[in-house]
Write a protein that binds this ligand. Structure first.
Ligand code: C2O
Ligand code: CU
Ligand code: CU
Length: 488
């Protein structure tokens, strides 16, 4: 594995050009982008790869020269990058050394429901959880984070998040930059606010939750990356609570989107902006040979479908510098982008066994708040369903489903743009717009443990904008687990 880039101390902060509150990555205070280390695993006689994670508290130098109390996996903040191949069996020991109960959810991963790490799989303090499954889905950039009932925002904001990369024959064979930490760079983007003494400010200032004025990339502000190759692949995760990002480069250079949440697109999509709402991922390839550039969050040209006042209040008109890319002197040649990437078999909406609709409104879905002891519906394993999702608020919401990667059939009746035509597990749903999704439930059924669907703006999720479903065998009777929800 690769060690994290050592973090250099530096004094002072230069004011950034695009936002006075944000130190410029190009300024004197810039530090090298830390690369989360790859998690090490031991392989047993049966070939299962065993990973160990422990969640605990520590101190991190998010701001240059300042110490901030944070939470992390196997370290003070964020977590190692887990990497596994399709077909491989993985097993985890997860120790909770935090001062309170948590869970660990595998966002985007197709896992048995009892190992999904949702609010039903509580790891009490001092306890250990041991999930395991066989990876069976296309190569993709997934992530892991806590999902405790009502406290997900706080746990993620304090630093608990890591990437989970899945490889397969297709991602092996495709000619994209793929040397981790060299030309294949993980990028976890989050926004935070700090008190004067450098502590995390945890007050919720808006109806979309913790909206930070400082961008933190892989755990630090003001990051730069010295690029030694002509092209670099950025695996970008929006790991923020509620902030949405309209990402592009400071010189508006073109880049190519090569993968969305659930894996490679059919072909590279040339873009100058890519949008990520909380929880979504994008893999992009950008040429840096010869000239430095800045990855930047830009104002949404269309206010993200919000009215102007809400757009301002919810931060979608802000701009921030995220990462400076510094071009090396004699870069190593990178291959030309392949014309095609992956084959995506289209799910057939006409074959849907069930159609369901979801209205997102006022911390509720279909007028109901999350109830740990209510199963909202139960799809049958090995069937396809069509879900219609509409945000009927004037607030921003998005929609995330556990267990599956879905396909967007249409958006207000029109086919999705190429950037949204691949596998997705989370989609931004602007006010008033109707999304039709095709989902196929496969392999795992369980009458007892549910999967979740929810808004991934973490305050909304915590406030109850979430529901649960069981995946059942045909004719199977549900026997849902119950939780004692009495507050102690
Ligand atoms: Cu990323 Cu239910 O979560
Ligand atoms: Cu998830
Ligand atoms: Cu929401």
């Amino acid at each position: 594995g690769l060690a994290a880039t050592p973090i250099a101390l530096s004094a002072g902060c230069a004011a950034g050009p695009s936002n006075p509150a944000q130190p410029s990555p190009a300024g004197a205070s810039s530090r090298p982008l830390p690369i989360p280390p790859l998690a090490t695993a031991t392989t047993d006689a049966a070939g299962t790869r065993h990973f160990a994670l422990s969640a605990g508290a520590g101190n991190s130098e998010i701001l240059a020269g300042k110490s901030t109390a944070t939470w992390g996996f196997n370290g003070s903040m964020l977590g190692p990058t887990i990497r596994a191949r399709r077909g491989e069996s993985v097993a985890f020991t997860i120790d909770n050394d935090l001062p309170e109960a948590t869970t660990v959810h595998w966002h985007g991963m197709h896992v048995p429901a009892r190992f999904d790490g949702g609010p039903h799989q509580t790891i009490e303090l001092g306890a250990r959880w041991e999930p395991g499954w066989t990876v069976n889905q296309p190569g993709a950039t997934l992530w892991y984070h806590p999902h405790p009932h009502g406290s997900t925002e706080k746990h993620v904001y304090r630093g608990l998040a890591g990437l989970f990369l899945v490889d397969d024959e297709v991602t092996d064979a495709v000619d994209l930059p793929k040397t981790y930490g060299v030309d294949d760079i993980p990028l976890i983007i989050q926004d935070k606010r700090f008190t004067a003494d450098g502590a995390l400010d945890e007050s919720d200032p808006t109806d979309i939750g913790l909206l930070g004025d400082t961008i933190v990339t892989n755990g630090i502000t003001g990051a730069h990356l010295s690029v030694s190759t002509e092209k670099v692949r950025l695996r970008i995760l929006n790991g923020s609570s509620g902030r949405m990002y309209n990402l592009g480069f400071s010189d508006d250079r073109e880049f190519h989107l090569v993968a969305s949440d659930g894996g490679l697109l059919t072909a590279p999509v040339p873009l100058t902006r890519v949008r990520l709402s909380p929880g979504e991922r994008a893999e992009i390839v950008v040429a840096v040979n010869g000239s430095n550039t800045l990855l930047r969050a830009m104002p949404y040209e269309d206010n993200a479908g919000l009215d102007r006042g809400d757009a301002a209040a919810f931060g979608v008109q802000d701009s921030f510098d995220i990462l400076e890319l510094r071009a090396g002197k004699n870069p190593t040649a990178s291959a030309a982008l392949p014309a095609s990437l992956a084959t995506i078999a289209r799910l057939d909406p006409a074959a849907a066994a069930a159609e369901r609709s979801f209205e997102l409104q006022w911390f509720m879905i279909n007028g109901a708040q999350m109830d740990m002891n209510r199963i909202d519906f139960s799809p049958t394993v090995d069937t396809t369903e069509v879900w219609t999702v509409r945000n009927v608020d004037d607030w921003p919401h998005n929609f995330h489903v556990h267990d599956v990667q879905f396909q967007i059939i249409d958006i207000d009746g029109s086919p999705p743009p190429p950037a949204l035509a691949g596998w997705k597990d989370t989609v931004y749903t602007p006010p008033g717009v109707r999304f039709r999704l095709a989902l196929r439930f496969t392999e795992y059924s369980d009458p007892t443990y549910p999967y979740m669907y929810h808004c991934h703006l973490l305050l909304h999720e915590d406030q109850g904008m979430m529901g649960q479903f069981l995946v059942l065998e045909p004719g199977q009777r549900p026997t849902p687990m119950t939780m004692d929800m009495t507050m102690t």
